[in-house]
Design a protein around this ligand. Sequence first.
Ligand code: SAM
Length: 194
Amino acid sequence: MRTHAQIRWAPISPSPTLLKFAGKIAASGKAPTLDVACGFGRNAIALAAHGCDVVCVDRDLLRLRQLQTSRERLLGAGSIAGQPGLIMPVCANVREEFWPFSGELFNAIISIHFVKIELFPLFFFSLATHGYLYIETFGNHGQNYLDLPKPGQIRTAFNRLFAVIYYDEKRVGPRGDAVTVKAFGRKMVSRLPS
Ligand SMILES: C[S@@+](CC[C@H](N)C(=O)[O-])C[C@H]1O[C@@H](n2cnc3c(N)ncnc32)[C@H](O)[C@@H]1O
């Protein structure tokens, strides 16, 4: 069981690649952004600083509590030019069989260091048409490559549902048969062709 003291050591800087797209996400409309498996909320807080309202889902209640504290610190720091967005935590163990969000709800979805291909159709379902999706696998450290996707695996699933705006795939691991991926795309049609 983790303690609050351990949680304070969490890294807080957001994904630099996500930040490149934060302006586009913030300008994409009034509907909220969904941060899937938000953790301590380093990325959600960064988007809130850009004015986005962010629904933050994670199965770990302690992390969600820390997230509220982080937003309060952000507001207290007074370093934000405009009005910061809201942070709306949701505690849920999301999976293919349990997706607690309705259709066309979000202007953007981000899923960072938690990339599950089986959730892509659910992302498509809950994104508004022209909504953005940003995904990023964890980096290659130690034996991590064993849990990373195979070359082309994410690209195929992503391309099937989203128009690709940015795609970066790097081979990693001793045999180069795993990849790290960062991808930004857009839902261009309201329904998938049957
Ligand atoms: C490596 S952290 C990444 C956190 C955050 N996205 C970031 O980039 O800092 C993975 C997070 O996924 C959450 N998680 C794992 N499986 C989950 C699930 N099925 N549903 C919701 N959250 C989940 C964990 O609690 C943890 O906070």
